[in-house]
Design a protein around this ligand. Sequence first.
Ligand code: ADP
Ligand code: MG
Length: 408
Amino acid sequence: MLETLLLNFLFLLLPILFFVIFENSVKFVNKPLMAIILALSMILCMSYPIHLESGFIFDLRYIPFIFVSLYGGYKYGFLLLIVLNIYRFVIGGEGFVESLLFSICIWILLSMSKVEFFQSKARNRIAYAVFMAFITMLLYLSILSMMIDINREFWTLAVNALLTHVIMTMIITSLIEKIYANTKAREAVVQSERLQLISELAASVAHEIRNPLTVTNGFLQLLSQSDIAPTQKSYVDYSLLELNRAESIINDFLAFSKPQCEHTENTDLKVETEYAKNILLPYANMHKVDIKLSFHNSLRKELDTNQLQQCLINLYKNGIEAMKDNGGVLSIDVSSQRNSIILKIKDTGTGMNQDEMSLLGKPYYSTKKEGTGLGMLMVYSTINKLNGKIEVESKKGIGTTFTITIPV
Ligand code: ADP
Ligand code: MG
């Protein structure tokens, strides 16, 4: 029995091994591939069931099934449901219909909890997966107990099956979560190094470029006011326009290359959130966007208020720009939770898909004609310096919510 148990453990470890070798980014997990590998692992588990001395056999097919349904969602869970039942049919034997009905019930049970599952902490996710494995086995055993005599052999099966499922699920989910946390930490380091590099470069270059630009701008303006032919005037105007664009990029650059603690103030963010709102009110009105601000925060934090205002302006502006076609509501909410200030900025605009969200904060990533792709970079760098974190939730066509947590 121990040998098959270890063999099954290996089958379940196989997908994790694949994951570690072939995935290097949390955001681009290849779900279909993972589902196929886990389906393979499930088939292997079913092919090598565990034989107890009492004559009973059981296998670990539901462990990969639980992983896929919880981590991958009900669609991929459905794929495994099909594979499970086809393979069960191929193996043959009594109880196919019961197995089919049972697996459907488990699939429904698992599919109901996806959203909460991802919103909870890693520890809760592990606990939840273990709980689901336990419940699945419990249900299975209860059904079995109605069909056969309850004797000593049954109880050995029950104890063995429950213990194996719980322990295996615990080990495998802990591994998954650990790998996930490591990958995330590595990405955070890369991102912060990137910011560091850019802000150093920005500080040295941007300042030098701004002066000649200002001078050129002045002369071009003089030229455009003087007597020149209309075509020439249009050239000058274009040049001015492009120059302004270059200036705005440089200003964005300078904004986040400024060192922290230039003029820090102890603030509860009321002034800053309102200031940014007032600045953008005309812009919002122009695009038929309502701004709603609600404030219930009692915590204070020492920070560079100018930089934070700039950061808020960037976020509000993006929200408004996402709603510029159809109008909408930009809701800003400042609250506190234990030792952190929570800033929620929600829009009802275009939204983003998973890939677009993962590009947020990369320098020059912009989907706008006039965009610089530096706004979010500045936001990430400012919040990073405050040891805060930014969570993004977005749905295409529905809207986006930025949740910023700043520890005090
Ligand atoms: P820019 O606004 O100049 O394009 P940002 O760094 O501010 O640069 O934003 C980068 C990109 O992220 C935007 O072009 C847009 O595609 C996307 N984005 C940012 N915020 C939102 C939002 N609230 N809703 C939809 N897309 C957004
Ligand atoms: Mg922007």
